[in-house]
Design a protein around this ligand. Structure first.
Ligand code: F6R
Length: 611
C-alpha cells in the first residue's frame, strides 16, 4: 500500500532509492518516482515520475545514473486518490518546487484542504490527496522545518507516513507518521527512512520504529527525533534479525515459489522455540494460566488470508479447548456494534501488523476493555506494539503479494495456542496432549515431503490452467482450508474461484456446475468423509471435473475423482497446515501457465494500510 524510502549520505542517492524501492514494490506498483536534492549546487529539487513498474523509472533515469545528488526520497504507488498516471505519481512538489513529499496513507479531509489552499492561490497539478500536504508544508515553511511539519500535520485527518525534502535544506530528509508504518535506520554510509525493513537491509540492520506523530530528521552525519512540541526525543535502535538473503529471490523464479519452499523452515522456526521437553511453553506471550482460565470466549478479527486462519482456528480452538470462538472480518467488526461479553479475549491475526482494518478493530476492542492478543509476523509493527500480548510468527520477510509462509506460520501459532489453552483448561489427557504436540513437530518435515511432489502439481496446473470457473469444497476444517485455496487461485490466476462448505452446494450454487466445471474437494476430516463423498458424487454426476485432495491411504477417493492428490497423515485438527501446500502450488503454477506476474498480480498490494 505504497512504499516510501528516503536517504541522505555519501552515496549516490538515486541508486540507493531505486534499490530500496525495488524491495518495497510489493506494497504497490502502478507508478513510481524519486526526488533528489543536488546539495549546495543549486538548492533545487529534481523529481522524476513514471507510470507503471519501477523498471520504467530505472529506464527513465538510466538506472539512476542520470540523477545526481546525495539525498532524496522515493515512492512506489498503489493508487487511492486519482488514477495511476504520471501526474498522480509521487513525489509531489509544492508550487515553486520548494518542498517535495512522498506519502503512504490516506488524507480523509483532503477535499476541504484543497479548497482552502486553492483559495490561497495554490495551483494543483494532480488529483491526489498528497499534493495538499506539499502545499501545506510550503505554506507553513518559515525557515523551521520541524515547525512547518507540526503545523501541517495538525490539519491532516487520516493516515500518513511522509518523506519530505526542503529545497533550501540540502542533505536533510524529514519523516513523520500516523497509522502508516515508518522506520528510520542508520549506517556508516548514510541514514534512511522507509516503510519497511527490506528496503534498507542491503545497507544496515540498525533500525528504529517511529511511533505515531514522531518526527525524524536525517542528516548525513546523524539522525534526530522530535515530538509534536518540537522537542528532541531519544529513540532506541535495534538490530533486525532478517538478513538481505531473506529479501531476495535466491535463485527462485518468483518470491512466491521461494516462500512456498521456505515453509518447512518457517514452521520449524515458529514451533520449535515454543516446545520444550515435549510441552508447549508460551512464556514470551506473558499470558498467565489464570488469564487463560478466565477466557470464556474468543473474538478473532483479521482480513483476507489471515481471516481464513481465524476460520480454521475457530474449529481447532472450539474442538480442543471448548472455548467458543467468533470470527469477524476486521472491516466489519467495529461497525456492527458487536456484543462483547466480559471474559472475551480479542485475537488479531496479521502478517504485516499494519493492516488498517485489523489495527482499527484492535483499537476498537481495546477501547471496549478487551484483553488483546495479536499474532504478527513483523516485529515493531503497529499491531504488535498496540496489542496487550503478542505471538510472533517466524516467517521472515514475505515479499510476494499472495501470502504463503506467513499463512502457514499463523496456523501453527493458532494450533499451539489451542493446544496450550486446552491443556490449561484441563480439556486434554496427557496422551492426547502428547499426540498433538508430536504431530505438530512433524509438520515441517511433512510439508517438505509434499513439496517433493511439486512436479505433479505443476503438471496438474498445466492441465487445468484454462479453466473458467473453479469450485473448492470441503466440510468442517476442510471448509476453512478451501477458503484459502480459492483465494490463492483467484488472486494470482484471475480464474473465478469460489469456496463452499460441501454440504451447502445443493442449496443454490450447484446450479452453476456444468460439464467441465472444475471442482476441487478437500476430504481429510475422518468424521465427515462419508458425507463429503456424497457431496462429491452429486457434483460429479453433473459433469464436473473432480480433483480430490485427501490423506494417504484414503484410496476410495479414486473411485469418485478424476485426479487425487495425497498428503501425509496427521491429526485431524492439523490437516489445514498440509492441505494448503498443494493448493498454493496449484495456484502458483496455474498463474505461471497463464503468463501472469505471480508476485505482483493486478490491482493488489501487500500491506493494506487503508480502510
Ligand atoms: C492474500 C493475502 C491477503 C492478506 C490480508 C491481510 O494472499 O495476502 O489477503 O492476508 O491482506 O494482511 P495481513 O496479514 O498483513 O494483515
Amino acid at each position: 500500500m505504497c512504499g516510501i524510502v528516503g536517504y541522505t549520505g555519501a552515496g549516490h542517492a538515486a541508486h540507493i532509492l531505486l534499490d530500496g524501492l525495488e524491495r518495497l514494490e510489493y506494497r504497490g506498483y502502478d507508478s513510481a518516482g524519486i526526488c533528489v536534492s543536488d546539495g549546495e549546487k543549486s538548492h533545487m529539487l529534481k523529481a522524476l515520475r513514471v507510470k507503471g513498474r519501477l523498471q520504467a523509472l530505472r529506464d527513465a533515469t538510466d538506472n539512476g545514473d542520470s540523477v545526481d545528488g546525495e539525498s532524496g526520497i522515493g515512492h512506489t504507488r498503489w493508487a487511492t486518490h486519482g488514477e495511476p498516471t504520471v501526474e498522480n505519481a509521487h513525489p509531489h512538489l509544492s508550487g515553486g518546487g520548494k518542498v517535495a513529499v512522498v506519502h503512504n496513507g490516506i488524507i480523509e479531509n483532503y477535499a476541504d484542504l484543497r479548497k482552502t489552499l486553492e483559495g490561497r492561490g495554490y495551483v494543483f497539478q494532480s488529483e491526489t490527496d498528497t499534493e495538499t500536504i506539499a502545499h501545506l508544508l510550503d505554506y507553513y515553511d518559515k525557515g523551521d522545518p520541524i515547525d512547518a511539519i507540526v503545523r501541517t500535520v495538525m490539519h491532516l485527518r487520516g493516515s500518513f507516513a511522509l518523506g519530505i525534502l526542503f529545497a533550501d535544506r540540502p542533505g536533510e530528509v524529514y519523516g513523520i507518521r500516523r497509522d502508516s508504518p515508518l522506520i528510520a535506520a542508520t549506517s556508516e554510509s548514510g541514514n534512511f527512512i522507509a516503510s519497511d525493513v527490506p528496503a534498507i537491509l542491503e545497507w544496515t540492520r540498525n533500525v528504529t520504529y517511529l511511533d505515531n506523530m514522531e518526527i525524524v530528521c536525517l542528516k548525513k552525519d546523524g539522525i534526530s527525533f522530535y515530538n509534536m512540541d518540537g522537542e528532541k526525543i531519544e529513540k532506541e535502535f535495534t538490530t533486525v534479525s532478517w538478513d538481505i538473503a531473506a529479501a531476495e529471490k535466491g535463485g527462485y523464479a518468483h518470491f512466491m515459489l521461494k516462500e512456498i519452499h521456505e515453509q518447512p523452515k518457517a514452521m520449524a522456526d515458529t514451533i520449535h522455540p515454543h516446545v520444550r521437553d515435549g510441552r508447549i511453553v508460551l512464556d514470551e506471550l506473558g499470558m498467565t494460566d489464570e488469564e487463560i482460565r478466565a477466557v470464556r470466549r474468543i473474538q478473532m478479527v483479521a482480513c483476507g488470508s489471515a481471516w481464513h486462519v481465524c476460520m480454521t482456528a475457530k474449529y481447532v480452538m472450539e474442538q480442543l479447548a471448548g472455548i467458543p470462538v467468533d470470527v469477524d472480518l476486521a472491516s466489519e467488526f467495529r461497525y456492527r456494534n458487536p456484543v462483547l461479553e466480559e471474559g472475551t479475549l480479542l485475537m488479531v491475526v496479521s502478517q504485516s501488523g499494519e493492516t488498517a482494518d485489523s489495527l482499527a478493530a484492535l483499537r476498537y476492542g481495546k477501547a471496549q476493555g478487551m484483553l488483546s492478543l495479536a499474532i504478527v509476523n513483523v516485529v515493531g509493527s503497529s499491531i504488535a506494539r498496540e496489542a496487550d500480548r503478542v505471538f510472533y510468527t517466524a516467517a521472515g520477510p514475505e515479499i510476494a503479494v499472495a501470502t504463503t509462509k506467513a499463512y502457514s506460520t499463523q496456523l501453527a501459532a493458532c494450533d499451539m495456542l489451542a493446544i496450550h489453552f486446552a491443556s490449561v483448561k484441563g480439556k486434554l489427557s496427557e496422551e492426547e496432549y502428547h499426540t498433538l504436540v508430536d504431530a505438530l513437530l512433524k509438520l515441517p518435515e511433512q510439508i517438505s515431503e509434499i513439496l517433493r511432489g511439486e512436479a505433479r502439481m505443476q503438471w496438474l496446473a498445466g492441465k487445468y490452467a484454462n479453466t473458467r470457473d473453479a469450485f473448492f469444497i470441503g466440510r468442517g476444517l476442510d471448509y476453512a482450508s478451501v477458503l484459502e485455496g480459492a483465494l490463492k487461485l483467484k488472486e494470482i490466476s484471475y480464474i473465478h474461484a469460489e469456496a463452499y462448505a460441501a454440504g451447502e452446494l445443493k442449496h443454490g450454487t450447484i446450479s452453476l456446475i456444468e460439464k467441465g466445471s472444475m471442482v476441487l474437494a478437500v476430504a481429510t476430516q475422518s468424521e465427515l468423509l462419508e458425507k463429503e463423498v456424497s457431496n462429491i458424487v452429486e457434483v460429479h454426476a453433473r459433469g464436473a471435473t473432480l480433483l480430490a485432495l485427501t490423506f494417504e491411504g484414503n484410496y476410495n477417493m479414486e473411485d469418485q475423482a478424476d485426479f487425487t492428490i495425497y498428503i501425509p497423515k496427521t491429526e485431524d485438527v492439523l490437516y489445514p497446515s498440509l492441505v494448503v501446500i498443494p493448493l498454493q502450488l496449484l495456484a502458483y503454477y496455474v498463474s505461471l501457465s497463464r503468463g501472469i506476474d505471480v508476485d505482483k498480480p493486478r490491482n493488489l498490494a501487500k500491506s493494506v494500510t487503508v480502510e
